[in-house]
Design a protein around this ligand. Structure first.
Ligand SMILES: Cc1cc2nc3c(=O)[nH]c(=O)nc-3n(C[C@H](O)[C@H](O)[C@H](O)COP(=O)(O)OP(=O)(O)OC[C@H]3O[C@@H](n4cnc5c(N)ncnc54)[C@H](O)[C@@H]3O)c2cc1C
Length: 419
């Protein structure tokens, strides 16, 4: 297929690559995959700073392919989640990757959540998700251990679980077969957006690459890269840490479906939930607590004093303004990093859960949560910002993994380079 696009025609000197993607997480890989499928004549390069795949968000998440229930129908999340989930699930199955077809229930924690449950149900229907309101008496068919405070709960039959790292590995394998170049350990130190050129070091060598169009898919660092292009100045990414606890093998409890609480829809977090995985393990979590750095996974590793200062200032501002009911977040979720608070949140779903049922897991992820410094609020939806020859994918928080194939198509469309 010959495609008439402007990416490789913009420079007098032909670019080293038509498409340069920085960040080889699920968003960057999916973008490369969809471009390579549609435009096989284009050269595509992916640069990632790590030595391999899945070091950050995409390799550290719950692996849940969301059904598309939560999101406001007008949002980008709503536009891509249902289709993205279906496509990724079908692709995984076609590639021989395991998919746990376990569905999900959403339960209420107090009697006043009826309205919220109905709102979720309506949102799900509007978004095209398969969603059912079922009776309290049917809850026991899903789990005898779970509490639901109202007469109804939500059943989502299409929610499923994959192994995120297997998905990344398979996608990268396919990309290489399609001729996409993936360069690991590429530490970017200079971007000349006027020259459409990027400089990076690998080991001790300095390399450079000129491009027709650049896609910035750097997860938690997307804001920093975007600022090198002089854009997204009003935004900063605040890292929220997701810690998981694992159900002990010795526990008398067992779960074989996803169990989520009705979340606070003012916030971009879904609340502590229960997720079975493909190995028969059950995880509780993740938390959504402030991290002390963008890669502060454990202890003080990756501690970033400047960012932590900004984070505390922004959170304090949110608390004082109580924007999006932020005080409720601080009381209900902000302290969940401590086991007694976490246990209490988990017991709201499973009242008989005991301290000794849970063991700390090494699984931990950090959300790339965008904060709007002008509006002084957390951004809920995905945010695409376009530079002259660049597109920046900000706020690729959940469900960006689920939605990645459809999100990639949306990014391609909005970047307008193939018009
Ligand atoms: C705890 C947790 C649980 C979640 N659960 C789910 C879930 O169940 N379902 C779901 O759909 N979503 C979930 N998400 C969200 C999901 O993981 C993300 O939306 C998705 O993985 C984002 O992908 P990404 O490619 O944007 O980011 P990443 O996977 O973080 O990839 C970014 C890549 O950019 C690279 N990079 C960063 N800076 C640079 C640089 N300067 N130069 C070069 N490379 C760079 C990094 O090395 C990394 O490989 C969860 C997230 C968290 C944190």
């Amino acid at each position: 297929m010959s495609v008439d696009i402007n990416v490789s025609q913009t420079k007098e000197n032909k670019a080293n690559t038509d498409i340069l993607i920085i960040g080889g997480g699920m968003v960057g890989l999916s973008l490369a995959f969809q471009i390579a499928k549609k435009y096989p004549d284009l050269s595509i390069k992916i640069l990632d700073k790590e030595k391999g795949l899945g070091f950050h968000n995409s390799g550290r998440n719950s692996g849940v392919l969301h059904a598309g229930i939560y999101y406001e129908p007008s949002s980008l999340k709503a536009k891509v989640c249902v289709e993205g989930s279906r496509r990724l699930k079908e692709w995984c199955l076609s590639e021989g990757l395991e998919v746990l077809l376990c569905g999900k229930i959403i339960v209420t924690q107090n009697e006043n959540q009826d309205k919220q449950l109905n709102l979720l149900f309506e949102r799900g229907r509007k978004n095209g998700a398969s969603v059912e309101l079922i009776d309290q008496k049917d809850l026991k068919n899903f789990s005898p251990y779970v509490y639901n405070a109202t007469q109804k709960l939500i059943w989502s039959p299409n929610t499923c679980v994959v192994d995120p790292k297997s998905v990344l590995n398979k996608l990268a394998e396919k990309l290489v077969e399609m001729g996409v170049e993936i360069i690991y350990g590429a530490n970017i130190f200079k971007i000349d957006s006027y020259e459409n050129k990027i400089n990076y070091s690998i080991n001790l060598n300095t390399e450079s690459c000129s491009y027709g169009h650049l896609f910035n898919c750097c997860g938690v660092n997307t804001d920093l890269i975007a600022k090198k292009f002089g854009i997204a100045k009003e935004y900063i990414i605040l890292p929220f840490k997701g810690i998981y606890w694992k159900l002990k093998d010795s526990s008398s409890l067992s779960f074989n479906t996803n169990i989520y609480p009705v979340p606070d829809l003012n916030l971009p977090f879904l609340g502590v939930h229960i997720t079975p995985n493909l190995n028969g393990e059950v995880y509780f979590g993740p938390t959504a607590i402030p991290a002390f750095g963008k890669e502060n996974y454990y202890g003080f590793n990756g501690f970033d004093p400047l960012l932590t200062g900004q984070f505390i200032a922004n959170l304090t501002m949110q608390w004082l303004k109580n924007s999006n009911g932020f005080r409720k977040y601080s009381y209900e979720q902000g302290l969940n990093g401590l086991k007694p608070f976490f246990l209490k949140a988990a017991q709201a779903i499973v009242p008989t859960l005991k301290n000794e049922d849970l063991i700390k897991s090494s699984k931990v992820g950090i959300r790339a949560q965008l904060f709007d410094n002008k509006k002084k609020e957390l951004v809920q939806d995905f945010k695409l910002i376009h530079g002259e020859n660049s597109t920046h994918v900000l706020n690729a928080i959940s469900p960006a993994f689920t939605a990645s194939f459809a999100l990639a198509d949306l990014i391609i469309k909005k970047s307008k380079i193939f018009d």
